[in-house]
Design a binder for this molecule. Structure first.
Ligand SMILES: Cc1cc2nc3c(=O)[nH]c(=O)nc-3n(C[C@H](O)[C@H](O)[C@H](O)COP(=O)(O)O)c2cc1C
Length: 235
């Protein structure tokens, strides 16, 4: 074998390694609250163990399936260009860690009309919905939520607020008497006033003060922090 052939084989091998390292989680949009344009992209760094957890969570959790659990994880996650059947959203990842640890049933808030896969169109539609205070229709497959006394509610921050489909969910379900524990992901801005917004809609619920949130770029290494937060909450 010539030196040229050996160099070509090494180059091909390096390319395979680098592509597979990039493929575990898609790039996340980094929208800035109040910004007119969203351009920067961050890619969560998922270490080998976290990546294994993502795959494990995907195969172990059947979303929407009812058990006799009194806990539910309900989340919205909409990474641009996502395959809704793949586990790749930042908030989705947190949701499955929480469900695995707490034994909760998992439900995803899914809009009837999917968001565009193109970045600019996606963020523009989200912005328009927010400016119109829209309530996009969601596939309401939650069934009877009365069996749950605790709801872990997760969402990404969109334009400094809850994504509008989360408002649709909250306003169509009376969660009075339940404990609501919030978790979320963001590009840079944190959860902002969203816990107060949830409490103002779900007046009869007990919204836990101790929320968990993480920047999208750090979500791949957040598992230990999520577990210690759950431990502080008694799970
Ligand atoms: C439409 C849109 C608006 C966003 N607005 C904000 C924002 O105002 N502040 C922020 O910190 N991140 C913002 N982001 C970034 C997301 O909160 C972040 O990427 C999140 O982790 C995505 O979660 P997901 O992968 O579960 O969908 C925005 C993302 C999108 C798609």
């Amino acid at each position: 074998m010539t030196k040229k052939n050996i160099a070509a084989i090494i180059a091909a091998a390096l390319m395979v390694v680098s592509l597979s390292a990039c493929s575990s989680v898609r790039p996340q949009a980094d929208g800035q609250a109040g910004a007119t344009e969203q351009t920067s992209q961050t890619k969560p760094k998922v270490d080998a163990n976290s990546s294994a957890s993502i795959k494990g969570a995907a195969s172990n959790q059947k979303e929407g399936q009812h058990t006799d659990s009194h806990r539910a994880v309900i989340y919205f996650s909409d990474p641009e260009g996502s395959d809704m059947n793949a586990l790749e959203g930042s908030t989705q990842y947190l949701a499955h860690i929480i469900a695995q640890k707490t034994g909760a049933d998992v439900f995803r808030i899914v809009p009837v009309k999917a968001y565009p896969t193109d970045h600019s169109a996606h963020t523009a539609q989200a912005k328009l919905e927010q400016s119109e205070n829209a309530r996009p229709a969601i596939k309401d497959d939650f069934g009877d939520l009365s069996q749950y006394d605790t709801i872990f509610l997760g969402y990404p921050i969109w334009w400094g607020d809850l994504p509008m489909p989360v408002y649709t969910f909250l306003e169509s379900h009376d969660l009075s008497g339940k404990k609501i524990i919030l978790f979320g992901t963001y590009g840079s801005s944190g959860l902002g006033d969203t816990p107060e917004h949830v409490q103002s809609i779900e007046k009869g619920a007990n919204v836990e003060d101790r929320t968990y949130s993480v920047q999208a770029s750090d979500v791949g290494s957040a598992k230990d922090k999520v577990l210690s937060w759950l431990s502080e909450l008694g799970y």
